[in-house]
Ligand binder design. Sequence first.
Ligand SMILES: Nc1ncnc2c1ncn2[C@@H]1O[C@H](COP(=O)(O)OP(=O)(O)O)[C@@H](O)[C@H]1O
Ligand SMILES: N[C@@H](CCC(=O)OP(=O)(O)O)C(=O)O
Length: 369
Amino acid sequence: MSGTREAIARARRLVVKVGSSALTTAGSGLDVARLDALVDAIAERVSRDAQIVLVSSGAIGAGLAPLSLGKRPRDLATQQAAASVGQLQLAHAYAESFGRYSLTVGQVLLTSDDVVRRSHYRNAQRTFSRLLALGAVPVVNENDTVATEEIRFGDNDRLAALVAHLIGADALVLLSDVDGLYDGDPRDGATRKLTEVLSESDVDGISVGMSSSGLGTGGMVSKLAAARTAAGAGIPVLLAAASEASAALTSASPGTAFAPADTRLSARRFWLGYAADTTGTLRLDDGAVTAVVRRRRSLLAAGITGVAGEFQAGDVVDLVDTKDRPVARGVVAFDATELPELIGRSSHELPEEQRREVVHADDLVPLRR
Ligand SMILES: Nc1ncnc2c1ncn2[C@@H]1O[C@H](COP(=O)(O)OP(=O)(O)O)[C@@H](O)[C@H]1O
Ligand SMILES: N[C@@H](CCC(=O)OP(=O)(O)O)C(=O)O
């Protein structure tokens, strides 16, 4: 067995995320038998002294049938109405199901502000920590009923990766209706399952598509992004079918395993690299990309070829290469309006008060490639 799978099998604190397509069926809503099978697997792992936070989708899917809605609505207001009804059903079903094992569940509904803003991040951290210390199983979902387009995570895969870091998880298990990551959309015919993803180059160029069930949100695109986020922050990830939950949570043998990066990012650097919202973009020339990504240097004005967005000193911005591919994120030390006349110029050409790093190395997180 690979080291990654061993680490997942041994993990003491895990985030398990289950998708809508694994819990709900178009037309008939929540599938309690499948939910019970998932709870059986989680309860078994909890009985072996693990702490589990469950991120469960399915509120919108579960709310459709009771509201006589045929398929997943496109407009936000009807999605929110369905989520309002479905979340109650979901919470009730989990409370009943975990109750079979005398386990207590706590519901945690989050909006992106709760994770993206540093002060709220701490607050959420305290809530999870207390719930786990009290022996409860936190069941998390996005607070769909109040989340507007602007403040939505939009997909629970990303939410699960952020929660995994937030609670200091040793593993993230993503359970879906598909049994792993394929090198192309399995609906398109002959494709091969990847069993181990050791580095970014293993997934470069593979084709990932959207949901096939019409119930899920992000499809494989969001699952792969979430797996990269968590693995990049040092957390091993398993992507498997929900129908294999028992094997996934006991031996970590099925599905696709994503090896974690060697170092775990601090909370601040994780927030900077993955959770914070960015308000602008700096385009770097090749030399600057090498300096900031490989040599971990500060970004100087001389290596910047373009500026976009409306940001102020202290905001988080994306750093992109000459092909507009994101290579890092960092806290910018100038306002957007100040930069156009500085970029491309070396420090000795600049007035003394502007001779400082545009993004200091301590405030810069290279993205894993
Ligand atoms: N390369 C790929 N490998 C595996 N699945 C893929 C790939 N590309 C697209 N998919 C689709 O993504 C779906 C899973 O996404 P989704 O329905 O959003 O799941 P969930 O509801 O669990 O979040 C699969 O059923 C599959 O059809
Ligand atoms: N929060 C939404 C699910 C959003 C989502 O990401 O769904 P999925 O792709 O099935 O994990 C709900 O409960 O319906």
